[in-house]
Design a protein around this ligand. Structure first.
Ligand SMILES: *[C@@H]1O[C@H](CO)[C@@H](O)[C@H](O)[C@H]1NC(C)=O
Ligand SMILES: *[C@@H]1O[C@H](CO)[C@@H](O)[C@H](O)[C@H]1NC(C)=O
Length: 240
């Protein structure tokens, strides 16, 4: 009896699970994280260059300067997956696509045309809905990436403090800009003062994370460089 029930149940299963679950959730989340590798690297390079030219000028490095931003990158790697998965799925794309038919408002819930796939004009948890609302999905991915990086680049954060310690120890180990004014005056700028100045420069540079990422992505109007629309839509629809 039980053996007979199982295949019957399986017949209906595809209709029940026509949603982005399991592999689909993991695949789409990872695709965005992987595509963001390039913009995030560009951002870290820009921040490093700012630190090099403004805080550490005329300095030979004991390690590649990009490693100065290592703490930011490791913090991001640790949280990126869980954060983005949560931002896309339970927070936005979830639930069934069925709605009442406007032609038959007292009738049963039905799938609107295009739902669950390939292009579903209601917000629900299927690939077709993600394709239809791709601008929203693209924005969620950007917003999540930006939000985490801004957090890590804020003075109270452990990652920020690790970056600051790294830069300060570079200064200590023999570099750091000499202040031309105090040199001209024949005095050395007090160490404490130089350190405070470096710290405030670091704070200013790290405060540029949001505006820089926005620019790298080509601006908030469609985020053209962080969109990957055609490949992403194809990839999303590769899930049933
Ligand atoms: C973005 O992700 C999609 C899906 O994985 C992939 O096809 C595409 O090549 C990626 N683009 C870049 C620039 O990484
Ligand atoms: C952007 O992300 C933050 C943090 O996850 C969230 O609180 C905020 O609602 C998001 N903004 C939009 C417009 O989705």
């Amino acid at each position: 009896m039980q053996i007979a029930i199982l295949p019957t149940f399986l017949l209906f299963l595809p209709a029940i699970v026509a949603a982005c679950e399991g592999e689909c959730i993991i695949g789409i989340t990872n695709a965005f994280i992987s595509n963001y590798t390039i913009p995030v690297n560009i951002l870290l390079e820009q921040l490093t260059n700012e630190v090099v030219t403004k805080v550490l000028s005329n300095r030979r490095y004991t390690s590649p300067p990009i490693s100065l931003m290592g703490p930011l990158l490791s913090a991001f790697h640790e949280t990126a997956y869980a954060y983005l998965e949560n931002a896309i799925f339970p927070s936005y794309f979830h639930g069934k696509c069925q709605r009442r038919d406007p032609e038959n408002p007292d009738g049963p819930f039905v799938n609107p045309p295009g739902c669950p796939n390939p292009d579903c004009p209601v917000v629900c948890g299927t690939p077709g809905s993600m394709v239809h609302f791709y601008p929203k999905l693209r924005y969620i991915a950007f917003n999540a990436t930006r939000h985490q990086l801004v957090d890590f680049a804020s003075p109270g954060n452990e990652a920020y403090q690790a970056v600051e310690r790294g830069v300060m120890s570079e200064i200590e180990s023999g570099g750091g800009r000499r202040n031309t004014v105090s040199r001209a005056a024949g005095t050395r700028m007090p160490k404490q003062w130089r350190h405070e100045k470096a710290k405030s420069q670091i704070r200013e540079i790290m405060g540029q994370v949001s505006s820089r990422l926005e620019k790298i992505c080509g601006g908030m109007h469609g985020l053209p460089k962080c969109s990957w629309e055609k490949e992403m839509k194809e990839f999303i629809l590769s899930y049933p």
